[in-house]
Ligand binder design. Structure first.
Ligand code: EPU
Length: 340
């Protein structure tokens, strides 16, 4: 076991925020997990699991053992003419998994192409895009309790998935490390292309002739056109969740702000577009200190260089305050805040 002391996290988070980890361990084999948790317990250090750091805000130094999970492996557990059942190690890159499944003729994940991060991080916030959420494919999530090393496997129901939400953000928050995810995919494509931006790109193509690869390519093209590549412009994707309000509130907002996008949910509530609200308040393209609101997408905050995580959170607080003043709607930060 090779624990490194006092390590900079700058290259380990896609927002490229500076901060130091008291201790850092890269784990390539899950067999080393028990020893790593014991090492931290002996020193009374908390453990902070980290994947590719694509959904975190490093708000300062992290007084913990940061466990960079880099395990690999995709296993076919069962396969028949209709379905395939996979177990994927938490450290696998999400987008590479999507490509692998499509090459093998396993369908379902095509709308989730190009989402940064690891497979283990995906269930925490129930990654979703272009009308599809991870939750529909999860059979089980395997995890280990950080404090005790005890294994805990959760069925899809036990994961309590919601919009950008799961039990790992609530009751089990900061308590578990996800070690692998079981997915059930289809051997037959069931394409989903109703999401307006996706339907627009695929317009003119014959619906009956569309393949999962066409949907994958369209999603990749949309993401590349709207969302900055974290490798070039540091960011963590959407910085806020889309707020959900009750129908009465949504009706009042529609009366007051014609054209406000509204997405009715199955439970009668209405999801609003945080990007639209932020855009309306004039933030798009604005820069402050080392940070900016992306000129192509108002929901993405980018690191232009030199700023701290604290300054980024101050900017986010000001954006949320102006949305609250104008619309009476509160915005919730989406990425996980660590350190500080
Ligand atoms: N819009 C604006 N101004 C902008 C950008 C968008 O008014 O600068 C409007 C658009 O016109 C559209 C609406 O806002 O009517 C929604 O925009 P978009 O389709 O880009 O989706 P989003 O709600 O902003 C969500 C996810 C994304 C995901 C896309 C596609 C959240 C927090 N974000 O964004 O996920 O890729 O839908 O499904 O739910 C992420 O989580 O990091 C992420 C990128």
């Amino acid at each position: 076991m090779h624990v490194l002391a006092e390590q900079p996290l700058l290259r380990m988070n896609t927002l490229a925020l500076d901060g130091r980890a008291r201790a850092l361990l890269r784990l390539e084999h899950i067999t080393g997990l028990e020893q790593a948790l014991g090492w931290a317990a002996d020193r009374q250090l908390p453990v902070v699991p980290l994947g590719e750091g694509s959904n975190i805000v490093v708000a300062g130094d992290v007084e913990a053992l940061v466990l960079r999970l880099a395990t690999s492996g995709i296993e076919v557990l069962e396969e028949d003419a209709e379905k395939v059942h996979l177990r994927v190690a938490a450290g696998e890159n999400w987008h590479r998994l999507v490509e692998w499944t499509l090459r093998r003729g396993y369908f379902g994940l095509e709308n989730l192409a190009l989402i940064p991060g690891t497979v283990g991080a995906a269930p925490v916030q129930n990654i979703g895009a272009y009308g599809v959420e991870l939750a529909s494919f999860v059979r089980a999530v395997h995890s280990v309790e950080l404090a005790t090393g005890a294994g805990l496997s959760l069925s899809r129901e036990a994961c309590e998935f919601g919009y950008r939400d799961s039990v790992f953000k609530n009751r089990l928050r900061d308590k578990m490390i996800i070690t692998s995810v079981e997915l059930e995919l289809s051997r037959e494509p069931h394409l989903q292309f109703e999401y307006p931006a996706l339907a627009a790109v695929l317009e003119g193509k014959q619906r009956a002739r569309l393949s999962a690869i066409d949907v994958f390519d369209a999603v990749v093209a949309i993401r590349r056109s709207k969302l900055p590549d974290p490798a070039r412009v540091p960011n963590a994707g959407s910085f806020f969740k889309n707020p959900v309000v009750d129908a009465q509130r949504a009706g009042a907002l529609a009366g007051q702000f014609p054209g406000i996008p509204q997405y009715p949910q199955a439970d009668g509530q209405v999801k609003l577009a945080a990007a639209w609200l932020i855009d309306c308040c004039g933030w798009k393209g604005k820069q402050r200190g080392g940070f900016g609101v992306h000129p192509e997408h108002a929901l993405v905050l980018v690191n232009l260089g030199g700023g701290s995580g604290r300054e980024l959170l101050d900017l986010a607080a000001d954006i949320a305050a102006s949305v609250a003043t104008t619309f009476g709607v509160s915005l919730e930060i989406e990425p996980r805040i660590v350190g500080g």
